[in-house]
Write a protein that binds this ligand. Sequence first.
Ligand SMILES: Cc1ncc(COP(=O)(O)O)c(C=O)c1O
Length: 394
Amino acid sequence: MKTYLVNEEGYYGEFGGAYVPEILYKCVEELKNNYLDILQSEDFKKEFNALLKDYVGRPSPLYLANRLSAKYGCKIYLKREDLNHTGAHKINNAIGQILLAKRLGKKRIIAETGAGQHGVATATVCALMNMECIVYMGKTDVERQQPNVQRMKMLGATVCPVTSGNMTLKDATNEAIRDWCCHPSDTYYVIGSTVGPHPYPDMVARLQSVISEEIKKQLLEQEGRDYPDYLIACVGGGSNAAGTIYHYVDDNRVKIVLAEAGGKGVDSGMSAATIQLGKMGIIHGAQTLVMQTEDGQIEEPYSISAGLDYPGIGPFHANLATENRATILAINDDEAVKAAFELTQIEGIIPALESAHALGALSKVKFKPEDVVVLTVSGRGDKDMDTYIGFLND
Ligand SMILES: Cc1ncc(COP(=O)(O)O)c(C=O)c1O
């Protein structure tokens, strides 16, 4: 049977692979040769699952949003990753990778972050496991996600503001890779999304796949069948979407809708809609769709949401889009903000700006009354209050 999951060479169709500088070749090979054995070992699974349960608070609820359902004329369940410890899905992956880093004997942890959620998750797990933590974050994001910067500092991490490029996620990732090149033997790079060289996209997808594992069980209990008609998630690099669809991707009964950041409009020159605007290229070690100029220079992306403001996309998702397995929608800043206020006012849930893009997709899909829809609320909106308050006063 055809699978959309990774093949043995680390590719999804023509996307993926590992294009790394020679100095990192050994680190990536070490990871590639060990990650499956470690992730599948009983000892890892026991420690990982115990932390997901008692530290993160999993399973996260699958909440039937009645008023939202009435508004869109179908049955909408929200997968509440916003209720996880630290406020987003990112903690699932951070715990998994840091447990793995320990088993590889690494002492120093580095990470990149956009919205700060992955940085906070990594700093949290490093505090828990007594490991050194350095987080690279674009200066623009440091300014727009202050609460998360303060949290990382309080957790004992060193936050390094990055001033190259437009000072967002791409630039933070460049800097983290530069650090890794300088410390290849003792450092583990915790990538926060399904991006980077193989095996990262597959490893992060597996660590986040607990989301769809739970959706299956919860739907069976609540609906009497273990699959929905639609799965909806936002995509920055793609990790919450990958976790949401992982156990359904080869099941054609389930339609997949991915929401990327349209910014001020796909054709406005201020967008981060990589799947629609990108062309084949290489970014941060993977062959994938990349926003680039005619001569192959990376184009600066723009989104109101720091976590979606990235000019690349996970190879898994690039392939799903190319193969028409997923419908890709670009949700603009104003549509996302409107959807965030709507959820807040009719369900009492303030979503992260990233998750608000998934919510913005609801008005663009024609649902039937009997459709069961699962939408992942990837994070909570506490970190975005300054942005939201700006709209409140408009
Ligand atoms: C709450 C939240 N949702 C979504 C994302 C986007 O990342 P991904 O596409 O890897 O889920 C981020 C990234 O920072 C985030 O903080």
